[in-house]
Design a protein around this ligand. Structure first.
Ligand code: ADP
Ligand code: MG
Length: 253
């Protein structure tokens, strides 16, 4: 079978040329990295789970009117999405202190914040994704002031919705990272939600036990990484179908 042209290989996904202009295929790998690429590993089955988890979250967001790049899932590891010109920002939302934020302000992990805080990092691996302000973003032209307003408004809405959704399945949305991209409909440019929303990009804690169900299990060598991801998928109701990959014909007795 002829393979699609690869456009980009990132840390967790590969982007292939899509079947139609303006589309690309996102392939979800099992590769995991942390601490700006210093720690590398694989989480067996992660790509399959993240593909499904991101599908369901993007679909739900779409249903409440948040425009996303998601078009459809193609198979276990691939989804068809609209090609976007990615705004080079990691938009981070924090509801409780955790990770680098907890360190920066010497706060105990899990401390609720007075309100949700949005942070921006400049998406640049060589620089280690530095924290930036709106001043840097507009001065360097990564996004215009109206684009940034749009991004913030959408982000607040996404956070409100996802907090409620996860709460309903016994999960605390501690923090998460999203990316946006520009698309053109005729001559009108719009900013839409792109990339992925998954346990790779969210901190998700069990509401009752505070058990982590996200990439921190990998970052902190806690074990049970796949199980954590699988539990998130299960609670989102996407494990009903078989998610183990088809490896070949089975002998019928
Ligand atoms: P990275 O290591 O750069 O984070 P990933 O492994 O996450 O890369 O692969 C996804 C890449 O594709 C990211 O660089 C992301 O910004 C980009 N991307 C995500 N959604 C889209 C889209 N709809 N169109 C074009 N590029 C996208
Ligand atoms: Mg990424």
């Amino acid at each position: 079978m002829a393979r699609r042209r690869q456009l980009y290989e990132g840390k967790a996904k590969i982007i292939y040329e899509g079947p139609e202009p303006g589309t690309v295929v996102q392939y979800f790998k099992d590769d995991a990295t942390a601490f700006n690429n210093q720690k590398k590993g694989t989480i067996t089955g992660k790509g399959v789970l993240n593909n499904r988890i991101s599908e369901v979250l993007m679909t739900r967001l779409n249903q409440i009117g948040v425009q996303t790049h998601f078009i459809k899932r193609l198979n276990m590891r691939e989804q068809l999405v609209r090609q976007a010109e990615i705004v080079p920002l990691e938009v981070i939302v924090r509801n409780l202190a955790a990770g680098s934020f907890a360190k920066r302000f010497n706060m105990e992990e899990g401390t609720p914040l007075p309100r949700s805080i949005i942070e921006f990092c400049y998406k640049n691996d060589e620089l280690g994704d530095p924290l930036v302000t709106e001043e840097h973003i507009t001065a360097f032209g990564w996004a215009t002031p109206p684009e940034l307003d749009d991004i913030v408004q959408q982000t607040v809405r996404i956070n409100d919705y996802l907090c409620g959704l996860f709460n309903g399945i016994g999960i605390r949305l501690v923090d998460f990272k999203i990316e946006f991209g520009r698309v053109w409909d005729n001559d009108v440019m719009r900013i839409i939600l792109a990339d992925e929303i998954s346990p790779d990009s969210c901190r998700l804690w069990d509401l009752n036990t505070n058990e982590k169900m996200d990439k921190d299990r990998f970052r902190r060598d806690m074990g049970g990484v796949e199980e954590g991801y699988r539990e998130v998928a299960r609670r989102l109701g996407v494990l009903s179908e078989n998610t183990t990959e088809f490896t070949g014909p089975k002998l019928v007795h």
